[in-house]
Structures are given as structure tokens and as C-alpha cells.
Design a protein around this ligand. Structure first.
Ligand SMILES: C[S@@+](CC[C@H](N)C(=O)[O-])C[C@H]1O[C@@H](n2cnc3c(N)ncnc32)[C@H](O)[C@@H]1O
Length: 319
């Protein structure tokens, strides 16, 4: 099984890896358990002002800034805790419960919470069958998670079940159908151009990633295609939440020019030798992303929302 190197590194057995290609939930667990150890570095996740502001701004764009702090909060597919731990630091959430299908991610999130001095409850949980009682939470949040869930409408039903009447769900950072298409095209072209150019003799020593690391990246990309299940049209996403029983449903899209820059930049960073790009590059990338995001906020007043890369959705449990 030549494509399985990344999963095998998780200490998953060869049988588990073979089954993972038939059983999507198992693939999600193996892939995200493997990612858990390096996830924060891969996505430049931190728990400082930069990511606190990013998480707060995504929340505000989707659900506004009223009613803070939400008392009891549940995060689904929390990963290493990027969204809810930063929202807690921003004063948006109070009591945080982190959950994820991947035990490795729950452990990583609990570790990050402990480092921040927070006591948070962490559980392994499938968003299609949340292991909490009805009417438990004031808010349910998620970031970049529902595109991994086979039955998204069932996940919305579960969010509404565990919310108290009048409680709100806020799901951010999901790929739109059109945004995902152009992001992947740009990523593919950037990967090919970078890995070809960095093999040229004058560039190789400083910039080229070694063969083993490139092979590992290709295997990871193949697995990503297995775990990334959906892209969303904002209207269809809203209809799904309404069918699940939510009221006051609205969607928000963000990032057009920021994504057109962001995806090539992220792919370029992954395609060159680790450490070749310095702090100056990181500041240039983040500064450019922020400036283009401001342009996108203006464009969002005139362009159709389905052209933007990210979609977020909020809705309320009838009170
Ligand atoms: C792209 S990561 C996002 C992690 C984190 N929310 C963030 O933004 O950094 C998606 C997460 O969803 C989790 N996941 C996948 N399927 C799930 C399911 N059915 N229920 C709950 N979590 C799931 C994965 O294990 C992974 O940690």
C-alpha cells in the first residue's frame, strides 16, 4: 500500500489503514490523529493576539457581538482548540467544552487549554451523535469542521438538540463550492511551479525540499481528498439548517482576493525547504492577507456571496 505512509506513521495497523479507505469516519480519525501533533505549526495556529483577533472577527462577521460572554459553549471538531480557546480569550465564550472525533485532537486541545491556564472539558464526540443531553449549551461553535461530516443536516439537528431553547450555533471557515475550486487550481499550479523551479541547480541547495518530504506531502494531499467531503453553496447550506429546525438562519461569506493570494502563498510555503522563508516573509504574507481582507469586505457589498472562499452560518434553536 504505497499511498499509506502517512497513516502508518500514526501506529495504525495496515488493516486499519486498508479499512479507512472504505470507512470514512475511521479515515477521519486516523488522518486527524496523525495531523494532531503538527497541526498548530502547519496552520500557524497560536493563542496570541493575532489568532484571538482572527477568531473573534470571524465570529462577529457571522453572529455579531451581542450577548457576550455566552455561558456554556460546545465546540465540535475542535482540533487543537484554535476557535473556542481563542474565543474564550476574546471574552466571547465562558465555560468551554471541546470535542472532536479524533482522540489525538482532543488531547492536543486539552494540552493547549492547560497551557493557557484554562480548565476545559474535552470529549471524543461525533458531531452526528453528540454525547451530551438535550438543552445543555448556550452556544455551539465550529471552525472548518462540517465539510468533514457525512450527514451535515444530521449534525445541525444534533447541534439544535444540545442547545438550550434560544441558543445559537456559529459555524465558521467552511469552503464554498466556487472558492474551493479556484483554491485547488491555484494550489496545484503553485505546487508544480515551485517544486520544478526549486530543483534548478542554482536554487536547489537553499530552496528544494528533499524527496522524502515531497513524497510525504503528496501522500497527505491524497488523504486530504478522502477526508474533505463537502463544499457548500451558501443558500443550500442555509436550507439544510432550516430543514434541521433552526430559525434566524443566516450565512456570511469572506475572502476573495485574500484567498486568491492566500492559497498560492500557503502552497508555496509547504513546497519549499522548511526554514527557507524567514520572519520577513511571514509578516509580508499576514500583512497582505489583512489588507486584501479589507478589500474583500468592500467587494462583498457588490459581488454574489458564492464567489467568496469561506462561508459561515448561524442559526437559533426556537425558544
Ligand atoms: C480541518 S480540522 C479543523 C480543526 C479546528 N476546528 C480548527 O479550525 O483548527 C477538522 C476537524 O474536524 C474533526 N472531525 C472530522 N469529522 C468529524 C465528526 N464527524 N465529528 C466531529 N469532529 C469531526 C477532525 O478530527 C478535525 O479535528
Amino acid at each position: 500500500m504505497s499511498d499509506n505512509g502517512s497513516l502508518v506513521q500514526t501506529a495504525a495497523s495496515a488493516e486499519e489503514v486498508a479499512r479507512a479507505y472504505e470507512d470514512n469516519k475511521l479515515a477521519q480519525v486516523l488522518y486527524h490523529d496523525w495531523e494532531a501533533q503538527t497541526y498548530d505549526d502547519k496552520w500557524s495556529i497560536s493563542f496570541d493576539e493575532r489568532c484571538i483577533a482572527y477568531a473573534r472577527d470571524r465570529f462577529v462577521a457571522i453572529a455579531g457581538d451581542q450577548g457576550w460572554p455566552y455561558g456554556r459553549a460546545l465546540e465540535l471538531g475542535a482540533g487543537t482548540g484554535f476557535f473556542s480557546l481563542n474565543l474564550k480569550q476574546a471574552g466571547v465564550l465562558d465555560e468551554v467544552h471541546v470535542t472532536d472525533l479524533s482522540p489525538g485532537m482532543v488531547e492536543a486541545a486539552r494540552g493547549n487549554a492547560a497551557q493557557l491556564g484554562f480548565t476545559v472539558e474535552g470529549r471524543v464526540a461525533d458531531a452526528e451523535g453528540i454525547p451530551y443531553d438535550d438543552d445543555t449549551f448556550d452556544v455551539v461553535v465550529g471552525h472548518a469542521v462540517i465539510h468533514h461530516i457525512p450527514d451535515v443536516e444530521q449534525a445541525f439537528r444534533e447541534m439544535l438538540r444540545v442547545l438550550k431553547p434560544g441558543g445559537r450555533f456559529v459555524i465558521a471557515g467552511e469552503p464554498t463550492r466556487i472558492g474551493d475550486w479556484y483554491a485547488r487550481q491555484l494550489g496545484r499550479v503553485t505546487w508544480k511551479a515551485t517544486t520544478t523551479l526549486t530543483q534548478l541547480p542554482p536554487l536547489r541547495a537553499k530552496w528544494a525540499k528533499d524527496r522524502e518530504a515531497l513524497d510525504e506531502s503528496s501522500r497527505a494531499a491524497a488523504l486530504e481528498a478522502v477526508v474533505d467531503l463537502h463544499t457548500f453553496d451558501p443558500d443550500q447550506l442555509a436550507r439544510m439548517a432550516l430543514r434541521a429546525g433552526a430559525v434566524d438562519v443566516s450565512t456570511t461569506t469572506e475572502e476573495l482576493t485574500a484567498a486568491l493570494l492566500g492559497w498560492p502563498v500557503r502552497t508555496f510555503e509547504a513546497a519549499v525547504k522548511p526554514g527557507a522563508l524567514g520572519w520577513g516573509w511571514a509578516m509580508f504574507a499576514y500583512g497582505s492577507w489583512k489588507r486584501l481582507s479589507a478589500v474583500d469586505r468592500v467587494l462583498s457589498r457588490v459581488l454574489p456571496e458564492r464567489l467568496f472562499y469561506n462561508v459561515g452560518i448561524t442559526g437559533v434553536k426556537p425558544g
